[in-house]
Design a protein around this ligand. Structure first.
Ligand SMILES: NC(=O)c1ccc[n+]([C@@H]2O[C@H](COP(=O)([O-])OP(=O)(O)OC[C@H]3O[C@@H](n4cnc5c(N)ncnc54)[C@H](O)[C@@H]3O)[C@@H](O)[C@H]2O)c1
Length: 451
């Protein structure tokens, strides 16, 4: 039934309107009578951002919201009322009430923004219910979960999109444009990572989401309630996709290329303990805890096409934010730190160019077209584009830019790095989640001005 409804959406509106049609902004560009009926599972800080951005679109009907915290439901109710939209159905009756949301008549798609351990179970249930699923990062926490995403997608034919917003960052997309145009020559090496001082995210006082105390778990709120536990229990790259998603797009991972193996190493763990002592005192009970997560986790990935990728996870030490991108080919490279770029034959030999002029010259067509609309959507505009890609793909019921195979391959870095670290950097093979389909799958057409 649901598939039939989406078929109707496609024939009635969007296919006829053509691919060049602008995304359905609040400017009245979407075909009438063809709205995506969207639900939200998890309406914490992230889910609410997606909700607010969805409410700005005229091609989305927010029909249902699920969160186990009544306060979050109330906040969503306020946003929906403020946007002048019809009240959404609400589900807040325990951890599995989201399954009732998935049964809402006419629901087309769902955005899952819950704690990590819920991502795969919820995405699997959504796909089984025939609901187009968007899942926040990372998508999976174990190799079994990675397979669950792929197997369920293949068994049901329902699509899954991993909502990796960094793939849509303006500089990241300009560099993608340069990679596609061969400016760097044949690609050789990449670096990326999640280098973000999360100490005030991992601990708070239960009254505010960031800092003000050194509590986590039940006594804390938002991410400190669940995310911090992973630092206590796992020594791994816990959050690989913000860095790896863009690199996977550059390298056509799962589309003519794939991650083959990795090796990982972790430094000692000091940052979280020191933070607790500094902010809460040496007598605070949390100062007795032994944190498994090494402060700096370094992973090196080999690809089938012979590139190497160094991925860094660095979330427990004082440092300014950087995803640490380096994109290097036979003819030159871009480094985000230092905002610098070098292209042989164009740049002065052995001297860096300021990257600004290059990034402007190769500004991605999407940003050229929708940069103004994207402003204010969150994270420098990239949240607008990731939601746009999800909505446009779901409306047409077509494969998204970042699919179940990508969700699996990128997320697999967490469990694989964990085993490698525990075995002194032993090489771990990536499962081939495409079951050899990567050989013939065509690269995604990233360079277009639609989504
Ligand atoms: N892409 C990005 O830039 C970005 C930014 C922030 C967070 N995230 C990701 O988004 C996800 C959510 O993060 P957040 O910051 O919103 O965390 P959060 O803790 O603020 O929100 C999580 C919400 O899920 C709800 N929840 C928990 N279990 C549930 C269940 N069984 N059913 C329904 N609701 C349930 C909680 O009540 C809470 O409101 C995480 O995976 C995080 O990694 C991504």
């Amino acid at each position: 039934m649901k598939l039939k409804r989406r078929d109707f959406i496609e024939t009635a509106g969007f296919a006829a309107a053509g691919l060049a049609m602008a995304p359905g902004l609040a400017l009245g560009k979407a075909a009438s009578g063809s709205k995506l009926r969207l639900g939200f599972i998890g309406a914490g800080l992230r889910g609410t951002w997606h909700l607010e951005n969805s409410l700005k679109r005229n091609d989305v009907d927010v029909v249902a919201i699920c969160d186990i915290d009544p306060k979050r439901l109330e906040i969503c109710r306020g946003h929906i009322a403020q946007a002048g939209q019809r009240k959404a159905r609400e589900f807040g009756n325990g951890d599995y009430d989201y399954r009732n949301l998935l049964e809402v008549k006419g629901l087309d798609a769902v955005i899952i923004s819950t704690p990590w351990l819920w991502h795969t179970p919820m995405a699997v249930d959504a796909m089984q219910a025939g609901i187009y699923a968007g899942v926040e990062v990372s998508a999976a926490t174990s190799i079994q979960e990675c397979w669950d995403l792929v197997n369920t997608h293949e068994a049901t034919g329902t699509h899954l999109m991993i909502l990796e917003n960094v793939n849509y960052r303006r500089d990241v997309m300009a560099v993608l444009n340069m990679v596609r145009q061969g400016i760097f020559g044949e690609m050789i090496h990449y670096r990326c990572g999640y280098q973000h001082d999360l100490r005030a995210v991992k601990f708070n006082n239960g009254q505010q989401p960031y800092g003000g105390g050194v509590e986590f778990g039940e006594k804390a709120m938002s991410e400190a309630r669940w995310r911090t536990q992973h630092s206590l229990k796992r020594n791994a790259d816990l959050y690989p996709t913000h860095g790896l998603g863009p690199i996977a797009a550059y390298a056509d991972i799962n589309r003519g290329n794939r991650f083959v193996s990795l090796t990982s190493h972790a430094s000692k763990s000091r940052g979280l303990h020191d933070h607790i002592v500094t902010e809460g005192g040496a007598e605070h009970p949390n100062a007795q805890l032994k944190w498994k997560l090494g402060d700096v986790v370094t992973t090196t990935i080999d690809t089938a096409n012979g590139e190497t990728i160094i991925v860094t996870h660095d979330t427990s030490l004082p440092r300014p934010y950087s995803l640490g991108f380096r994109v290097q080919g036979a003819n030159g490279l871009w480094e985000v730190d230092g905002n610098r770029l070098y292209i042989e034959g164009v740049s002065e030999p052995h001297k860096w160019d300021d990257a600004d002029a290059w990034l402007k010259k190769y500004d991605h067509p999407l940003w050229q077209k929708f940069g103004d609309d994207a402003e204010g959507a969150g994270h420098g505009g990239m949240d607008y584009f990731v939601l746009n890609a999800f909505v446009e793909s779901a409306k047409r019921n077509i494969p998204p830019p970042m699919d179940a195979y990508d969700a699996a391959a990128w997320s697999a870095v967490t469990p694989l790095s964990e085993v490698s670290i525990a075995n002194n950097g032993e090489v771990q093979d990536f499962p081939d989640f495409t079951r050899a389909k990567w050989i013939n799958r065509k690269p995604y057409d990233w360079i277009k001005n639609t989504w």
